[in-house]
Design a protein around this ligand. Structure first.
Ligand SMILES: [Zn+2]
Length: 135
């Protein structure tokens, strides 16, 4: 459709100004997420670990663009503060994924079977993660 000046002046076509996105300065936004993440993620990880019988060494909150979480062979778990941007079921999925790496340091069959047992439907959640980008 071609819009003419007449359409606009007559009100047949309305120009909607896009609302400017309110954006906090990056550091304040990240600080806020970090505060939330530190208060929430270690507690939730401990709950999930207790519920499903995992034991890890340390948990750290990180800010990076390479992963949502990671697990080291020493049993340390790192969680990205951007997890606080995700719906709670996806946050849990990431934490359970990392907890399962305490037993299998790969993405093999046994890893997925274990993850499925503690997080039913995890493949669908894994798909949903693609909608979220780390920036
Ligand atoms: Zn993994």
């Amino acid at each position: 459709m071609r819009i003419t000046l007449g359409d606009i002046l007559s009100g047949r076509v309305r120009i909607v100004r896009r609302r400017r996105r309110r954006k906090l300065p990056e550091t304040a936004e990240v600080e806020g997420l970090r505060r939330q993440a530190k208060a929430y993620l270690p507690v939730r990880l401990a709950e999930l670990a207790a519920e499903y019988g995992f034991s890890y060494n340390q948990v750290r909150i990180k800010h990076n663009v390479s992963n949502w979480g990671s697990c080291s062979s020493k049993g340390n778990i790192n969680l990205n503060l951007n997890l606080m941007r995700l719906p709670s079921e996806l946050r849990d999925y990431v934490m359970l994924h990392e907890l399962c790496h305490l037993k299998y340091m790969n993405h093999g069959k046994e890893f997925h079977a274990l993850l499925e047992s503690v997080c039913p439907g995890h493949r669908a959640l894994q798909q949903q993660m693609k909608e979220y980008k780390l920036v």
